[in-house]
Design a protein around this ligand. Structure first.
Ligand code: FNR
Length: 366
């Protein structure tokens, strides 16, 4: 795996080993994929302003996330159906996160169960990503299982009343390969996604089973059934962030779902400052994901107020290429690039980063 030294290289190599339907599913964004491109371009419009001769000490990337210590402020976002990328799927991904000391988030729509992952990576800081099903008993059961299995938080995805329109999945009549199942469920709910038909089988599954009538009251309900901290995942507006906090969330994950929900929404990094500002008087953490592919991207997000940054697709590319070793490689690339960035930008630790270390490119064109 050492021959890969950037996330871009991992992505290109993974594209050549993944079967078409899986590759398309993993890489797609919604409709015209403008936001998919913007998630990356928006980082490029930000400039780092390094500080010289600051008397650097050892570079320390460690930080805490919801009270748990992590080796660097980069974690793994939930992505569904990882066994399409590698036979070990979520297990390999979680073990890599454990080895590298970062957070792993398991999707509701995983192809490895809550318990399997907990057993395989007992020391990893694990979060469980939740979709709220029409059937609240199904939902409650998922949450209680995650709590029992030692997961440290529930990441409630709030941006998915229905799944976004991803054209490649429609063309491919995408569904989970027959030998795999949604492992967090038994019977019908674990295999319904196989039912083939016109268009994306995933969208049909979601449209039939997820509750699109949710309001912030359901977050209060969730708060009442678990002691785990709740993270609102998929927020792009300051006022929504405040509603999430008032409903009982302990953290906000600024995210446009990897640009897979609605095209034309802002890049996550563009939405981050508004959210940070809106909740600055509350005792909550703010994170972001979407388009993060270099150590300098991570640094820019930290500078704009993120406590940590998460990556979805980069883990899938690593997984496709080398299972656990591939995800470890992906995380090592981020670690190396982030260390270089800290050193050359003039910060020894996350706490040293100051707001003035990043500006929009327009500051230089006046
Ligand atoms: C996702 N994402 C996602 N989010 C979620 O809350 N539950 C899920 O099951 C999934 N599944 C999923 C599958 C795939 C293939 C992708 C690419 C994404 C969104 C994910 O958690 C995260 O927000 C984005 O992936 C972040 O963007 P990057 O890092 O992929 O650019």
């Amino acid at each position: 795996m050492e021959k890969y030294i950037s996330i871009k290289e991992l992505e290109e190599a993974a594209a050549s080993v993944l079967p078409k339907a899986a590759r398309d599913y993993y890489k797609s964004g919604a409709t015209d994929e403008q936001t998919l491109q913007e998630n990356k371009r928006a980082f490029q419009r930000l400039r780092i302003r390094p500080k010289c001769l600051v008397g650097l000490t050892d570079c320390n990337l460690r930080t805490t996330v919801l009270g748990n210590e992590v080796s660097m402020p980069v974690g793994i976002s939930p992505t569904a159906m990882q066994r399409m990328a590698h036979p070990d799927g979520e297990i390999a991904n979680a073990k890599a996160a454990e080895k590298e000391g970062v957070i792993f988030t398991l999707s509701t729509l995983a192809t490895s169960s809550i318990e399997e992952v907990a057993k395989a990576a007992p020391r990893a800081v694990k979060w469980f990503q939740l979709y709220i099903y029409n059937d609240r008993e199904v939902t409650r059961n998922l949450v209680l299982r995650a709590e029992r299995a030692g997961y440290k938080a529930i990441a409630l995805t709030v941006d998915t009343p229905v799944f976004g329109l991803r054209r490649a999945d429609v063309h491919n009549n995408f569904s989970l390969p027959q030998h795999l199942r949604l492992s967090n469920f038994e019977g019908f709910l674990s295999t319904k996604i196989h039912s083939s038909g016109e268009g994306s089988g995933l969208n049909t599954y979601v449209n039939n089973l997820f509750d699109k009538s949710l309001t912030w009251d359901e977050v209060k309900w969730l708060r009442s059934i678990t002691n785990l901290p709740i993270i609102a995942k998929g927020i792009l507006r300051g006022d929504d962030a405040v509603k999430a906090v008032k409903a009982g969330c302990s953290a906000i994950l600024v995210s446009n779902h990897g640009a897979r929900q609605l095209d034309g929404v802002p890049a996550s990094i563009e939405a981050l400052p508004e959210v940070v500002e809106a909740v600055k008087h509350y005792n909550v953490e703010v994170y972001m994901d979407g388009g993060v592919s270099t150590g300098t991207d991570v640094f820019k997000a930290l500078t704009l107020g993120a406590k940590a940054v998460f990556v979805g697709r980069p883990a899938l590319w690593g997984l496709a290429l080398g299972g656990q070793a591939g995800v470890e490689r992906m995380l090592k690339i981020f670690r190396t690039e982030l260390e270089y960035t800290f050193n050359i930008a003039g910060t020894s630790s996350v706490a040293d980063i100051t707001k003035d270390m990043v500006v929009h490119e327009s500051a230089y064109s006046k």
